[in-house]
Design a protein around this ligand. Structure first.
Ligand SMILES: Nc1ncnc2c1ncn2[C@@H]1O[C@H](COP(=O)(O)OP(=O)(O)OP(=O)(O)O)[C@@H](O)[C@H]1O
Ligand SMILES: [Mg+2]
Length: 341
């Protein structure tokens, strides 16, 4: 299958500043690409060039085989672009806003009402159909902005920090929405400077810094390449952890905060768990943090289950066992270390 997005030597200069340095990238249909980088790295500049809103200084990109520099009009019908800032729209209702964009995409009037209902349902904004845009909360505005990018049913979505500035609940809602778009087979580029946010629904990621794509590829491949290890996060029921039924504001308040706000008095079971983890092949370091055990795993991939088995067989009451969510953050710091001046 030909690539859905092919970026070739894409470059953007603003006077002396090279915002994007000869970027190359290929994405297959259905790929969800997490575009990660710190502030000023060149994410927005790249996305705007793909969306045909900025002309590259050099190089080009092909979206579904169409050259963004030569045929911007044609590209616009294939892509849905969600900018990082929601513009100001006074005196316009939610449905009018969507109708406006649908008209701009030359969707016939007769079809618009149905499309508007569909995108409102998808973004869970039906109840706000008659509301004024300026009365929406930030999270709703963000969802409306996403709804707008979907009116012409684009194959490719370019989403510039869709979850920025949202509270945890709204972030999760956006994530769920992105998962739904993924299941619809869209090819998506989504930028963020928060890594764990992208980890669970992107199949590919790229890290950009100072205009250069310093690493890109399959998420798991990158994790293997860059880290070759990860941290297991294990919670066990130890005598100092109150049973969930006993958890109350009073018990929490009565604990003396030490070491990161957690009352620490290592129980025999915890000691046993630590000793056991330390003796496991592939585990090179065990730490206690916020009531959790963090075991640094450098062993064979996909053999972590053996550690869980050992814990259970030794009657350690394991409450949860998993990989630390901040792994990508860690990779990001490691990859970009030394490049940031
Ligand atoms: N119109 C412009 N004129 C001059 N320089 C610009 C312009 N737009 C962006 N830049 C510069 O280009 C670089 C890349 O900016 P860009 O907005 O693409 O970064 P970003 O990765 O999207 O950052 P953020 O995470 O803050 O959104 C920055 O150094 C920025 O100052
Ligand atoms: Mg940006």
């Amino acid at each position: 299958m030909p690539p859905m997005i092919r970026i070739q030597n894409l470059r953007k200069e603003y006077r002396d500043l090279v915002a994007v340095k000869n970027l190359n990238l290929e994405l297959e249909p259905g790929d969800i690409f997490g575009f990660i980088g710190p502030n000023g790295a060149g994410k927005t500049t790249t996305i705007k060039m793909l969306a045909t809103l900025l002309t590259p200084t050099y190089g080009t990109a092909y979206i579904d085989g169409v050259d963004v520099v030569r045929y911007p009009e044609a590209v616009r019908s294939i892509v849905g672009y969600m900018p990082d800032f929601f513009g100001v729209y006074d005196d316009i209702k939610v449905w009018e806003y969507l109708d406006f964009f649908a008209a701009a995409y030359r969707i016939p009037r007769a079809k618009r009402a149905q499309i508007i209902d569909d995108v409102l349902t998808l973004t869970d904004l039906n109840v706000k159909k008659e509301a004024y845009v300026e009365s929406l909360s930030r999270g709703m505005k963000q969802r409306l902005c996403l709804a707008k990018t979907l009116v012409h049913d684009p194959k490719v979505l370019l989403l510039d920090e869709p979850a920025s500035g949202l509270d945890p609940r709204a972030r999760i809602e956006i994530k769920e929405l992105l998962k739904e778009l993924r299941s619809m087979g869209k090819t998506i580029i989504v930028s963020s400077h928060i890594l764990p946010e992208l980890a669970d629904f992107c199949n590919k990621i790229g890290i950009i810094e100072k205009g250069e794509l310093i690493i890109s590829g399959d998420v798991n491949e990158i994790i293997r390449q860059v880290s070759g290890h990860h941290t297991l996060e294990i919670r066990i029921l130890d005598e100092n952890t109150p049973e969930p039924s006993q958890l109350s504001i009073e018990t929490l308040a009565s604990q003396t905060p030490q070491e990161g706000g957690v009352a620490v008095k290592t129980s025999a079971e915890m000691e046993r768990a630590i000793a056991l983890l330390r003796s496991q092949p592939g585990v090179d370091e065990v730490k206690r943090s916020d009531g959790k055990l963090l075991a640094h795993y450098v062993g064979e991939p996909n053999q972590e289950w053996r550690i869980l088995k050992a814990l259970i067989e030794n009657d350690i009451r394991v409450l949860s066992f998993g990989t630390q969510a901040t792994d990508l953050e860690d990779i990001f710091m490691r990859v970009t270390k030394g490049i940031v001046s």
